[in-house]
Design a binder for this molecule. Structure first.
Ligand SMILES: C[S@@+](CC[C@H](N)C(=O)[O-])C[C@H]1O[C@@H](n2cnc3c(N)ncnc32)[C@H](O)[C@@H]1O
Length: 299
């Protein structure tokens, strides 16, 4: 660190400029990240920083900002530093117990919302809820559906519950610790809608990924071919998914053919579509159960 640092005082504009230059080494949008971190330190929004560039920071504020910038320089994801991530226009608390919700997952939610908007209120489940991004947003937008949020990680469930409380929907979501569909089989629950963004990255790739330095392996590692958990979920899906129910899965861009084959075998006759993400990659599998298909004998 340069001698004379930290200075006794510094203006917002100067602090932002220095941080922007440092963050350029690790961030795609160093200016925006610098603003987000300083806004978190000061407890203001980013607009305040832009409209008060001359305001002086105290030594304590300068030191606190420096600490956050240094954490980011070490590769820590911005949402873990600020404890905040936007998903479908809502602010979610995140910590290292949960995956940071990704924009691609909003496509899964959109498909769920489209399905729910055409049906009478029923039961939706989110398997591998993590931060609760899917379950909480769905519950907030479909007030008359009953929602179950399942995760094997109690630490993740605590985050999901916290987010549900923040969004005012905690009383309408049942948070259940358990393995995939097992808690629903035990209940038993027939779900009209199953949303599942389960770990789908092959183990060998997970280990080499930069994100696995910070995000939980439990949320990323999908076993040898990435499909270990999804395969197990599909296996039991006929016992939980209602007639006319919909199962939505997120997947890696190259798993479409394998997943289609698995879904055809688990739910014969189901209508299977693959949706692409904003980058044009295959990302979401939509598996629509039909009454006719469910009534056909399983071979
Ligand atoms: C990819 S993250 C998805 C989190 C969140 N649904 C989202 O979309 O941002 C997968 C989640 O599945 C959970 N998980 C892993 N194995 C599980 C299992 N066997 N049963 C239930 N949940 C599991 C992890 O703890 C993690 O929270």
């Amino acid at each position: 660190m340069a001698s004379g640092w930290p200075p006794r005082s510094m203006r917002i504009s100067g602090a932002l400029q220095r941080a922007r230059e440092r963050l350029a080494a690790v961030a795609d949008s160093p200016g925006a990240e610098a603003q987000t971190l300083l806004a978190a330190v000061l407890g203001v929004d980013r607009v305040y920083l832009l409209t008060h560039p001359e305001r002086s920071l105290t030594p304590t504020q300068i030191a606190a900002f420096e600490t956050l910038v240094t954490r980011r320089m070490g590769g820590e994801p911005l949402p873990y530093i600020t404890g905040s991530r936007a998903f479908f226009d809502r602010d979610f608390f995140v910590n290292p117990a949960v995956l940071i919700p990704r924009p691609e997952t909003e496509l899964l939610l959109e498909a769920a919302l489209e399905y729910a908007s055409e049906r009478a209120p029923a039961i939706a489940v989110d398997i591998g809820t993590g931060s609760g991004a899917l379950a909480v947003t769905f519950a907030a937008l479909h007030l008359d559906w009953q929602v179950y949020a399942v995760d094997v990680s109690p630490a993740a469930l605590a985050v999901a519950q916290h987010n549900a409380e923040r969004c005012g929907v905690a009383e309408r979501i049942k948070f259940v610790e358990g393995d995939l569909l097992a808690p629903l089989l035990d209940a038993p629950v027939r779900a009209d809608l199953i949303m599942a963004n389960l770990p789908y990255i092959p183990s060998a790739i997970t280990a080499a990924l930069d994100v696995s330095r910070h995000e939980p392996t439990l949320a990323l590692d999908g076993g040898a071919d990435g499909l270990a958990l999804i395969r197990r979920l599909l296996d039991r899906a006929p016992d939980v998914l209602a007639l006319d129910g919909l199962l939505l899965l997120e997947m890696q861009y190259d798993q479409g053919a394998a997943l289609t084959a698995l879904a055809e075998s688990a739910l014969p006759g189901a209508q299977i579509d693959i949706l692409r993400d904003y980058a044009g990659h295959e990302r979401i599998v939509r598996i629509g159960q039909t009454k006719r298909a469910t009534q056909a004998p399983r071979l």
